[in-house]
Design a binder for this molecule. Structure first.
Ligand SMILES: NC(=O)c1ccc[n+]([C@@H]2O[C@H](COP(=O)([O-])OP(=O)(O)OC[C@H]3O[C@@H](n4cnc5c(N)ncnc54)[C@H](O)[C@@H]3O)[C@@H](O)[C@H]2O)c1
Length: 243
């Protein structure tokens, strides 16, 4: 399968290019905004993996829709308007979109939902994420997925109960609050801790990514999985058979 990598010069893009051959995928176009890379892919491309910058996603996903080829989105922090373009494209092509393509995190999402449902309102949900100093958006897409999974398990509305960091006169913590805290520093690939803090005990579910290959391999697997599927938005849960 001939593929294009968008954001090919970046940390994830380089890892995707490195691992593609192992997945029997042929990278025929390396797309990036920096010198020495393609500005767009050609007509021979059969699928695209995008780990770039949220503002870049609408233009590229529209092009994939016009060409009728599957599109895998790893890029996070899309605005509502950018997401609407992705949703529109997904009426024409299979789009896989996930804030995290690792097997471990996708399993963690399942475990968090179960823990939130079993532990209930007596356990306060606090999520911390830590990433390298170069990460440009916060909180991580993974932290948001974990928080939404906790909300689902708890049976509460995520948007109404999400809190991003705390400062000043915050008042007492409401029971249904789901708080997310973003740490940045060094070269950390991606750490996530979901804490359920009760009166008598704390439960912590932890994931630490040790190499970007964990995400890259999953994204390449997702593209192969998407080939030939009906149009629609899919997640890594669909790819892994969890959905
Ligand atoms: N879903 C996941 O599993 C997962 C894992 C890691 C990172 N990410 C996300 O992937 C994205 C990239 O992360 P990274 O660490 O590789 O970042 P990075 O900054 O190292 O790389 C991003 C690349 O995109 C390029 N780019 C920017 N605008 C572009 C445009 N208009 N067209 C083409 N290329 C463009 C940049 O030049 C850069 O080379 C981020 O959104 C990050 O949050 C997702």
């Amino acid at each position: 399968m001939k593929i294009a990598i968008v954001g090919a010069a970046g940390r994830m893009g380089r890892k995707l290019c490195e691992l593609a051959a192992d997945a029997s995928l042929d990278v025929v176009s390396r797309v990036d905004a920096v010198d020495g890379f393609d500005r767009e892919w050609g007509g021979d491309v059969e699928g695209v993996v995008d780990f770039s910058w949220h503002e870049a996603v609408p233009g590229y996903v529209r092009k994939a829709a016009e060409q009728g080829i599957p599109y895998v989105i790893g890029t996070t922090a899309l605005t509502a308007a950018e997401q609407a373009v992705v949703d529109e494209a997904a009426k024409a092509i299979p789009v896989v979109q996930s804030g995290n393509y690792s097997l471990g995190v996708n399993l963690l999402i399942e475990l968090v939902r179960k823990a939130a449902s079993v532990l209930g309102r007596g356990y306060d949900v606090e999520i911390t994420e830590m990433h390298h100093r170069h990460k440009k958006d916060a909180p991580s897409g993974t932290a948001l997925m974990l928080a939404k999974s906790a909300a689902l398990g708890r049976g509460v509305d995520f948007d109404a109960n999400a809190v991003y960091g705390r400062r000043g006169d915050t008042g007492e913590r409401p029971a249904d609050e789901i708080a997310i805290h973003a740490l940045r520093g060094g070269s950390v690939v991606g750490d996530h801790v979901v804490m359920f803090a009760g009166e008598l005990e704390r439960v912590e579910l932890v994931h630490r990514a040790q190499d970007r290959a964990a995400f890259a391999a999953g994204a390449l697997q997702a593209l192969k999985w998407a080939k030939g599927r009906p149009a629609g938005i899919y997640t890594m849960r669909d790819v892994l058979g969890f959905a």
